[in-house]
Design a protein around this ligand. Structure first.
Ligand code: HXC
Length: 257
């Protein structure tokens, strides 16, 4: 398939997507988001892919939604075009996605990184929601996922002042998983992906679902849901294989069934 705004490759069982609009710091226009989401859905359907790495390359992750594309839009146009339909599809991807963030992750770029399941950040990474300086607010999770990730005080400060946080601050508040030198970010993200890719795929999928469910529900409902998924996994061959391998002191060979 031909892509205009992304590049797609794979490394074994890990699918890799590179955001590719280098001249505008990977500004997320609707075409890019549409290609990205379609590719994520394709990878989600592909049984030979078990984890997905999303990167902006070695200079920048993404400097936000494409301001040029939005500048003259009206409320009605944005609403009628269902501006966030593709972002909603992104939320339904079942395989884990690891973001490799170098440089700016601003606005929609920060929101895209937060929509992923784990983030490996470069020492020079900056996470920010500068929408307030454009006279708007975040629209793809910047007031929701950010608040859940970093807490009210920090989220309020970032959203109300537009001030970005460093990779180290992001690490200390739990927004990112690790901070590494820029030249190692993709390697570390790939290692994380490969680690996940070796696990039992159905368990991985349900684990992601259960963790995400915890943000949408009460603790009691979340615990009930987790128990149901736990029971469900005992219907998989991989559960039998995983436990048998432990007993036999060998590495499990998971088949995804
Ligand atoms: C369109 C962008 C862009 C963006 C950068 N560019 N960000 N184009 N949309 N979000 C373009 C610039 O116009 C410029 O093009 C080129 O990329 C390089 O950018 P510079 O500004 O020259 O680079 P630099 O001085 O290094 O500054 C980097 C920056 C700055 C601090 C990240 O670019 C910046 O503040 N960008 C906007 C960040 C932002 O406000 N993001 C939130 C967008 S709203 P030319 O042609 O001049 O070389 C949003 C809402 C999300 O994300 C809603 C849900 C989708």
């Amino acid at each position: 398939m031909e892509y205009q705004y992304i590049q797609v490759s794979r490394d074994g069982e890990v699918g890799r997507i590179l955001l590719y609009r280098p001249k505008v710091l990977n500004a997320l226009n609707t075409g890019l988001i549409s290609e990205l989401v379609q590719t994520l859905e394709d990878m989600d359907q592909d049984p030979t892919i078990r984890c997905i790495l999303l990167t902006g390359g070695n200079r920048v992750f993404a400097a936000g939604a494409d301001i040029g594309e939005m500048a003259t839009a009206t409320s009605a146009e944005l609403m009628l075009s269902n501006q966030f339909a593709d972002w909603d599809r992104l939320r339904r991807i079942k395989k884990p996605i690891v973001a490799a963030v170098v440089g700016y992750a601003f606005g929609g770029g920060c929101e895209l990184a937060m929509a992923c399941d784990m983030i490996v950040a470069a020492e020079n990474a900056r996470f920010g929601q500068p929408e307030i300086d454009l006279g708007i607010i975040p629209g793809a999770g910047g007031t929701q996922r950010l608040t859940r990730a970093v807490g009210k005080a920090r989220a309020m400060e970032m959203v109300l002042t537009g001030r970005a946080i460093t990779a180290q601050e992001a690490f200390s508040v739990g927004l990112v998983n690790s901070v590494v030198p820029a030249e190692n970010v993709e390697l570390e993200a790939m290692k994380l992906c490969q680690l996940v890719a070796r696990k039992a795929p159905v368990a991985v999928q349900l684990a992601k679902e259960s963790v995400l469910n915890s943000f949408d529900t009460t603790i009691a409902e979340g615990l009930d849901y987790e128990q149901k998924l736990f029971y469900l996994l005992f219907s998989t061959e991989d559960q039998k294989e995983g436990m048998q391998a432990f007993v036999e002191k060998r590495r499990p060979n998971f088949q995804g069934k």
